[in-house]
Design a protein around this ligand. Structure first.
Ligand code: HEC
Length: 276
């Protein structure tokens, strides 16, 4: 064990590794979480996004003081206004403008669920998740059982079955399948989470992308009242000209960086569908 750790230490101190790491991080900041989840074709749920800020304190109900600390105003916008890290490289006036842009992104990023209030036992039906805003280039949405960042589970745990691949309608109005088709068909594409691409909102111009996802659900064979909530994952900084710098290779690099707090988790209202 100790020998192994020594070996690791000596390897990680070598400068070539450090260079590779730096390059990987730079690439990551352009293509991983900022940029959504191009590579995880599975049931993502909100706990995976600890870096993201909450849009509402209730998203961490029961977590005490932490719930308030996770809200965007404190976790993200306050760090901009205080000029922390790379936010200190722009003037105070620009920081105010960036904060105003980001608040506009939050106000215009919405998630709603259209669903039948009552279905029959074993019935197959559709729910439509409508999304607005999000900085882009992608946003994500998950069907979960409760509006809580730490305790939500995939909606299938509540008793819903997902039938077939969700239909993703991008901001241009066309169906998208590139993301979901990366998952081998034999594994089943009936996911509770999807990534939507082609999103581009602009807070300075006041233009907001709109997209939707249609899930086909099957009700269980027993009667009951089952919860259904949508969790919306989006970014904010790329929607403001002050929120990023353009790198010649990696494109838009956000000011708050990869480990910054500019991502969001926003829940729809907590709905209940009655199975009779
Ligand atoms: C290391 C911190 C971190 C983690 C962990 C993380 N994210 Fe993010 N994510 C970010 C940041 C920062 C942004 C915001 C980009 C912006 O402001 O434009 C973001 C944005 C996003 C976006 C919108 C894409 C974009 O470029 O704006 C999606 C979708 C997303 N995250 C999903 C997830 C999911 C799903 C998970 C869990 C598997 C996750 N994230 C985990 C930091 C993280």
């Amino acid at each position: 064990m100790i020998a192994q750790r020594k070996k690791l230490e000596s390897v990680s101190s070598s400068s070539s590794i450090a260079l590779i790491l730096a390059a990987t991080l730079a690439a990551t900041s352009a293509s991983a979480y900022p940029g959504g989840t191009p590579d995880f074709q599975t049931d993502a749920i909100p706990y995976c996004a600890p870096c993201h800020s909450s849009t509402d304190e209730s998203a961490l109900a029961g977590a005490g003081e932490r719930a308030a600390k996770e809200v965007a105003d404190r976790k993200h916008i306050a760090t901009i206004l205080a000029g922390e890290g790379a936010y200190g490289k722009i003037s105070e006036e620009e920081r105010q403008t960036l904060a105003t842009h980001i608040k506009a992104v939050d106000a215009n990023s919405t998630v709603t669920v259209e669903y039948p209030p009552q279905v029959a036992k074993g019935e197959t039906f559709q729910v439509t998740i409508k999304l607005t805003g999000g900085a882009g280039p992608v946003v994500g949405v998950a069907l979960v059982d409760r509006a809580h960042r730490w305790y939500a589970r995939a909606a299938t745990h509540a008793g819903w079955e997902i039938v077939g691949a969700p239909t993703i309608i991008g901001p241009d109005g066309s169906p998208q399948s590139d993301w979901i088709e990366k998952r081998p068909e034999r594994f089943g594409r009936n996911l509770t989470f999807v990534n939507i691409s082609g999103v581009e909102s602009d807070a300075a111009a006041g233009s907001w992308s709109k997209s939707k996802v249609i899930f086909t659900l099957k009700a269980p064979d027993q009667a009951g009242d089952l919860p259904l909530v949508a969790a919306y994952f989006y970014g904010t900084e790329k929607a403001s000209p002050l929120g990023y710098e353009t790198h010649p290779i990696y494109g838009k690099l956000i000011r708050g960086t990869y480990t910054g707090k500019s991502g969001r988790v926003k829940f729809s209202s907590a709905h209940v569908i009655s199975v009779r």
